[in-house]
Design a protein around this ligand. Structure first.
Ligand SMILES: Cc1cc2ncn([C@H]3O[C@H](COP(=O)(O)O)[C@@H](O)[C@H]3O)c2cc1C
Ligand SMILES: O=C(O)c1cccnc1
Length: 354
């Protein structure tokens, strides 16, 4: 298994016409299920199946710490990353609740928490005890960045082998809105003040400080916008690298990737820079309140399904949107057709707007 040698298959575009035609035979006015119909077609293309399945979903939550937190860029202390990992393991976090709600398989991976955590249910793949403070030095080495992507890739493959039909990738890492905003500044070439936000809830003064820290870090580090490993090594995060790796594994196996908010979309952009086709397997589940998310979404080239004003992460937005995605697949597999239900279909194919 090697993420550098992956070959992502093209989605099957022949499914588009076939599934669209089939949807038009279902017992409803044509086009009346709106974007659900588009979603069903996209899933069919990804899975190369006219009746795609997304259940059970697999959820991978990657946890890691960020040295940049020493600059006072988060409303919470670094120790909360470790404490939240314990909360995940005890079933008390938002992602636990929503994971249970949708019957998903949930795995928590310590890919770089700055504390020792021993637990039977925790996947211990710690690359290092948090990243270095990228204001002053590279966040990690190139080898560590590649190792973290590889770990994510292997976790993705394992989750798929265990039967996951769709993949939700989440994260926990105090300070990671700063890391993601910095990555996004490199990828978008936009001014950092268009990209940063309040994260966990910093003050206006802290927001200005966050902006200055990132500006200076970019001057100090100078990551290359065309080299995903350079970006991760200089200003990245271990959980972001792991998430990108897991997405590559999903795309390689035709498993839809249900992308969460700002942090997750940034990881998706890194994955896309590694292998462009990964984006064909992405469903962008929601629009986060973080100001940079709009820019990240444009770079990814996707439309968010819903906007609930979320700003949490952990994969929660994707888990919340999951039942809608499931509805799209059940529409295909369980609805009656006009013929099978004996209902007259008055609309002619030529009158259909698609
Ligand atoms: C209790 C708690 C639970 C969380 N779950 C996700 N995050 C989210 O907030 C963090 C990013 O925000 P910032 O860059 O401002 O630190 C990440 O850990 C992210 O997953 C949480 C944050 C907190 C405090
Ligand atoms: O959209 C996100 O992923 C997000 C936003 C704020 C804090 N943590 C995560």
């Amino acid at each position: 298994m090697n993420y550098q040698k992956i070959s992502i298959p093209a989605v099957n575009q022949e499914m588009r016409h076939k599934v669209n035609h089939y949807i038009n035979t279902l017992t409803k006015p044509r086009g009346s299920l709106g974007r659900l119909e588009d979603l069903a077609i996209e899933l069919a293309e990804m899975k190369n199946s006219a009746f795609p399945k997304v259940t059970p979903a697999g959820i991978l939550v990657f946890a890691a710490d960020h040295g940049i937190v020493a600059e006072g860029v988060s409303a919470y202390p670094q120790a909360v990353t470790e404490q939240m990992v314990r909360n995940f393991l005890n079933g008390g976090a938002a992602i636990n609740v929503f994971s249970k709600q949708i019957g998903a398989m949930l795995k928590i991976i310590d890919i770089g928490v700055a504390a020792e955590i021993e637990h039977q249910e925790l996947v211990n793949e710690k690359v290092r005890y948090g990243t270095a403070n990228f204001l002053h030095e590279d966040a990690m080495s190139r080898e560590e960045a590649e190792q973290a992507i590889h770990i994510g890739y292997v976790q993705g493959v394992n989750m798929i082998r265990q039967g996951a039909e769709s993949l939700i990738v989440g994260e926990m890492g105090i300070g990671n809105t700063t890391t993601s905003s910095t990555i996004l500044a490199v990828l978008s070439n936009k001014n950092i003040n268009c990209l940063i936000g309040y994260g966990t809830g910093i003050s206006c003064e802290q927001l200005l400080h966050k902006e200055r820290v990132i500006e200076q870090a970019l001057i100090n580090r100078k990551p290359s916008s065309s080299d995903p490993i350079d970006i991760l090594a200089k200003v990245g995060g271990l959980e972001i690298a792991g998430m990108a790796g897991a997405m590559l594994a999903a795309a390689e196996n035709r498993v839809p990737i249900l992308v969460d908010g700002f942090i997750c979309t940034t990881a998706a952009l890194i994955a896309k820079l590694i292998s462009k086709r990964v984006s064909d397997y992405i469903v962008l589940t929601h629009q986060s309140i973080e100001p940079g998310h709009g820019t990240a979404i444009n770079l990814l080239g996707k439309n968010p399904m819903i906007d609930l004003g979320l700003r949490l992460g952990e994969g929660t937005g994707a888990a919340i949107a999951f039942p809608i995605i499931q509805s799209a697949t059940l529409m295909l597999s369980e609805m009656a057709t006009f013929t099978s239900a004996g209902i007259s279909d008055k609309t002619k194919e030529s009158e259909v707007r698609v």
